[in-house]
Design a binder for this molecule. Structure first.
Ligand code: DGL
Length: 293
């Protein structure tokens, strides 16, 4: 394993929900968050575009010398996780919609996903496995062509709208097949009056396991983990990112309660670098997203 921290990747802000679930797992390690906000959402794009944008992000991770990457995006996982694992030498954790845990509870299971994920062979395989295992469960997948974009836009303007374009169907359990949807998990639970499942905790567990295995194999108790400044990315952009993070830390004492939670997370993650589309983008979005949480 290389020793440059953990990178999280998504088309935009959705992966922040995964990052939030994983912050305890990455304690002590530098963290990069790459949201390709300039080109989000990915879900209605064709596979060639998604592949090209994803490889662009991954080549940056490669240059940064990261230890592992979390694909905090169901669309990219569904379309190309095998290709990514075959191309890059660092470990890659993907995210799967939590169809099995939802199906275990029985009843009508509704899977909400982007168009690309809903049409993917990977999602169809997972659904078939769940259907075979829990035969009296009814699983229905509905692509939500605009939902990720609505959430992305809401984050940009800093206010959640009163309604989102959620399909009006009855469900006993709702599976979030897109990490953007996790950012409005409570709204979705309220709308359907049903339990909502996402794959974020499973990703956090897998990442924790991966880091533990690595530390064990190196006989590392944590003290030799990489420190700030040991990266090989463009010094100028890292300095800017670092400055941003440090500024947030200093302001933390004046934050409201919600924002202190953000400070706590930043503190335990040691350093949190926001990257995006190859540059620091939409700093306000990240600030707002953490304020929402
Ligand atoms: N958040 C991503 C996902 O989990 C992508 C959504 C999009 O960009 O369409 O699928």
């Amino acid at each position: 394993m290389r020793s440059g921290g953990i990178a999280f990747f998504d088309s935009g802000v959705g992966g922040l929900s995964v990052l939030s679930a994983c912050l305890k797992s990455v304690r002590g390690l530098p963290v990069y968050y790459y949201g390709d906000n300039a080109r989000a959402p990915y879900g209605n794009r064709n596979i060639e575009e998604i592949r090209a944008y994803t490889h662009e992000a991954f080549s940056l991770f490669y240059r940064l010398g990261v230890s592992a990457v979390v694909v905090a995006c169901n669309t990219v996982t569904a379309l190309m996780i095998d290709e990514l694992r075959a191309t890059y030498s660092f470990p890659i954790v993907g995210i799967e919609p939590a169809i099995l845990p939802a199906a275990r509870k029985g009843g009508r299971v509704l899977v909400l996903a982007t168009k690309a994920t809903a049409e993917s062979a990977r999602l169809k395989r997972l659904t078939a496995v769940a259907q075979r295992r829990y035969q009296n469960v009814k699983i229905r997948t509905i692509p939500c062509a605009y939902l990720a974009e609505e959430i992305e836009r809401a984050c940009r303007c800093g206010a959640l709208p009163s309604t989102f374009s959620l399909p009006r169907v009855e469900a006993d359990g709702v599976v979030l097949g897109c990490t953007h949807y996790s950012l409005i998990k409570n709204r979705i639970a309220e709308f359907y009056g049903a339990e909502v499942f996402d794959g974020n905790d499973a990703v956090a567990n897998r990442l924790r396991q991966l880091i533990a295995e690595e530390e064990k194999s190196r006989g590392n108790s944590g003290e030799n983990l990489p420190k700030i400044g040991s990266f090989c990315a463009s010094k100028k952009s890292l300095r800017r990112i670092h400055f941003f993070v440090e500024k947030r830390r200093k302001k933390a004492r004046r934050f409201s309660l919600k924002k202190q939670a953000c400070f706590w997370k930043l503190k335990n993650a040691q350093v949190l670098y926001f990257l995006g589309s190859g540059r620091v983008v939409n700093r306000q979005i990240y600030e707002r997203m953490f304020a929402f949480r």
